[in-house]
Design a protein around this ligand. Structure first.
Ligand SMILES: C[S@@+](CC[C@H](N)C(=O)[O-])C[C@H]1O[C@@H](n2cnc3c(N)ncnc32)[C@H](O)[C@@H]1O
Length: 274
């Protein structure tokens, strides 16, 4: 994983769905032992916390919101002066929320992450203010979000490269948890790795944990989503799909002199009105 893996704006939609491209069997080979699989799951929080200990706030680039994304947020307001309530689920060190807080003054952000260290970095950011932001540690798969966020009060949830870090068997729990705090009619804005993204294809044999799920050297893990898998997952919880598209772009790896194809999945799901 490199800092540029996840920080890029979307490009055009690919003509061929990545789900239809033949899998080259990335990272296949000797199966990962049951012991290692279990250990990675048990240590998931520790491994993310160590990730932030090593990288502090230097790993991800700030995710600057585009005009289109701002227009989308604006469309979530019922009236112009409405203070929008946002939950950044799996906020990391705040690369997504701080550019937003800077630009949109009429917004309140709940920000939570698995890693206590990441949450501390959020609180130490000079743009952090308790009037506009509440940051807390939380495992989305088991800690009830309602302990920090009142039920059905959130207009928009951002889930940016977070679901991929969660074991596929537990993704549904995370989405159910989010559903409880989302207002009826509220939306989840999702962006994450798409199936056959370069990050998936470059896994070496022996790192595949399950179908489309891989372990990195540092013990963090990553899932690669097909549109169908994601839509089915959200539908099972009760969300309605609004948008669910692959976006494809190329990133240049100057060090290796390579231009690599990237595949992301960018989606929007709504909690239906009652
Ligand atoms: C790739 S980072 C993305 C961070 C941030 N969303 C961004 O866009 O910069 C994935 C984040 O998900 C968090 N995470 C992983 N599993 C989680 C879980 N079960 N509950 C809450 N956060 C989790 C990690 O601690 C990490 O900060």
């Amino acid at each position: 994983m490199s800092a540029s893996d996840e920080a890029d704006p979307p490009g055009p939609v690919p003509r061929e769905s990545p789900a239809t491209i033949r899998s080259p069997g990335a990272g296949d080979g000797a199966p990962v032992s049951e012991f290692r699989r279990r250990k990675l799951e048990e240590d998931a929080q520790k491994n993310w916390d160590l990730f932030y200990k090593r990288n502090t706030t230097n790993f991800y680039k700030d995710r600057h919101w585009t005009t289109r994304e701002f227009a989308e947020l604006k469309a979530c307001r019922e009236f112009e002066a409405q203070r929008l309530v946002l939950l950044e689920a799996g906020c990391g060190v705040g690369n997504c929320i701080f550019p937003l807080l800077e630009e949109d003054l009429n917004i309140f952000v709940y920000a939570c992450d698995f890693s206590p260290r990441a949450v501390d970095f959020v609180k130490q950011n000079p743009l952090f203010s308790t009037e506009r932001c509440l940051a807390f540690q939380c495992d989305l798969t088991k800690d009830d979000l309602k302990a920090s966020v009142p039920s059905e009060t959130v207009d928009v949830v951002t889930l940016i490269f977070v679901l991929s870090a969660i074991h596929p068997d537990k993704m549904k729990q995370a989405l159910e948890n989010i559903y409880q705090v989302l207002k009826p009619g509220g939306v989840v804005l999702f962006r994450d790795y798409g199936l056959h993204d370069h990050a998936m294809l470059r896994f070496k044999p022996g790192n595949k944990l399950a179908e489309n799920f891989y372990a990195r050297q540092d013990g963090t893990r990553s899932f690669f989503f097909s549109r169908e898998f994601l839509e089915n997952l959200f539908r099972q919880v009760g969300y309605e799909p609004v948008v669910n598209e692959y976006v494809q772009r190329e990133t240049v790896n100057k060090k290796e002199g390579l231009c690599v194809p990237r595949v992301f999945l960018q989606s929007k799901f709504r909690r239906p009105m009652k």
